[in-house]
Design a protein around this ligand. Structure first.
Ligand code: SAM
Ligand code: FES
Length: 374
């Protein structure tokens, strides 16, 4: 057996990549890692780093994209599911350094939707054919468990054929249990980064990666369909961090994964930081589709903000969900997580119409099914 040391890759004959052992590892190039991912739907952390290093290799990119599209077609045909997003509060007790609605942003104009306003958003959504509503907001203590349970029960009673997704941050096991018993079906909670040091650099000391991860495991235990995820290109993020994110997703096996480029917000600590890359986000969408073939994977608003064709490109890279905005137009601009956020001026019907067009131009079909994980 031939042994090589790290850094010696360039002197190893090409045909030996993937075969030669060194320090207990298989030496691989990106193509070899891509083929392994396609074969096994899983890689080691080092192999993910190798794969991410090849993100600009056209051959590797094409291979992953083709396989991602093949898998999404195998499980979902040409269907793209739609979720009506209701951003019901921009109050937040947290101070995530990247986020435009963080508690410390004194310039944010705050709002909360009343129960009637939220029910009206659902009614309008239902009229437009939505069968999933996503209630998203900052961590706003105003909405006590009692208020949330009443809201969840009311939505599920009035729209029994619809799925209800919550995205309201970290709660206790008991709160998650109450929401689940009231009828909530799904929960979105991006882990943001699976690396402890990187997590510390994005959040104040009061927040913890261990708690965030525990929340995700609690949600799974309670039978929610769970969504984790992370921003691509958040300040200080390295390829190694992203490899850790992928390994974490591989372990958690969530039904949904939300990824989108980081985009700076002018009133945050990271105002002067560079935005994340659209190309790398697309590459990761393909990787995640192959890793979790049945995953529900949105082409996000952040992707559409960074590139006018971003969501179409996302669908063509393996995404199968879009999330048009159902929030009242008067509040849209106030839910400003990052600068230049798109879709803040249109009525819900326009938003849905616009996305239906984008989906069909990408070669897919926007459907009204609940769109549960298969
Ligand atoms: N409070 C809930 C939570 O913590 O999950 C949901 C709302 S939070 C604003 C939703 C997501 O927005 C976060 O998980 C984060 O990944 C994303 N986000 C926040 N600031 C962003 C930024 N500057 N660029 C891109 N995405 C951002
Ligand atoms: Fe709470 Fe962004 S800091 S939603």
């Amino acid at each position: 057996m031939m042994l090589f040391h790290r850094g010696q890759k360039d002197v190893i004959p090409e045909k030996r990549f993937g075969e030669v052992l060194y320090e207990g590892d298989i030496i691989m190039d990106g193509m070899c890692a891509a083929k392994n991912l396609i074969r096994n739907h899983a890689l080691t952390e080092n192999e993910y780093v190798t794969l991410l290093e090849s993100a600009s290799d056209q051959e590797v990119k094409n291979l992953l994209k083709e396989e991602a599209v093949r898998l999404r077609k195998q499980y979902y045909g040409d269907k793209v599911y739609t979720r009506g997003l209701i951003e019901f509060t921009n109050y937040c007790k947290n101070n995530c350094y990247y986020c435009g609605i963080r508690a410390g942003n004194r310039n944010a104009v705050r709002y909360r939707l009343t129960k009637e306003e939220i029910m009206d958003c659902c009614k309008e959504g239902y009229r437009l054919g939505f069968h999933t509503f996503v209630l998203q907001g900052g961590e706003d203590p105003y909405y006590t468990d009692e208020i949330m349970v009443d809201l969840i029960r009311s939505i599920k009673a009035e729209f029994p054929d619809c799925a209800l997704t919550l995205s309201i941050g970290e709660k206790s096991y008991d709160s998650y249990r109450l929401f689940r018993e009231a009828g909530a079906d799904r929960y979105l909670l991006r882990h943001e980064t699976a690396n402890e040091t990187h997590y510390r650099s994005l959040h104040p000391a009061a927040m913890s990666l261990a708690v965030r991860k525990q929340c995700l495991y609690d949600l799974k235990t309670l039978g929610y369909q769970v969504g984790a995820g992370f921003m691509v290109g958040s300040p200080g993020q390295t390829l190694e961090h992203m490899a850790e994110d992928l390994v974490f997703l591989q372990e958690l096996q969530p039904q949904m994964v939300g990824i989108g480029p980081f985009i700076p917000h002018h009133d945050t600590v990271f105002a002067e930081e560079k935005a994340g890359s659209v190309d790398l986000t697309l590459y990761l969408l393909s990787v995640i589709r192959i890793m979790l073939p049945k995953v529900l994977l949105p082409a996000t608003t952040a992707l559409g903000t960074m590139d006018p064709q971003g969501r179409e490109k996302g669908l063509k890279a393996g995404a199968n969900v879009v999330m048009p905005n159902l929030s009242p137009v008067k509040n849209r601009k106030q839910y400003e997580l990052y600068d230049n956020k798109i879709c803040t001026g249109e009525e819900a019907a326009q938003c849905r119409g616009c996305l239906a067009g984008r989906v069909s131009r990408a070669g897919y079909r926007l459907v009204t099914d609940r769109g549960d994980a298969v």
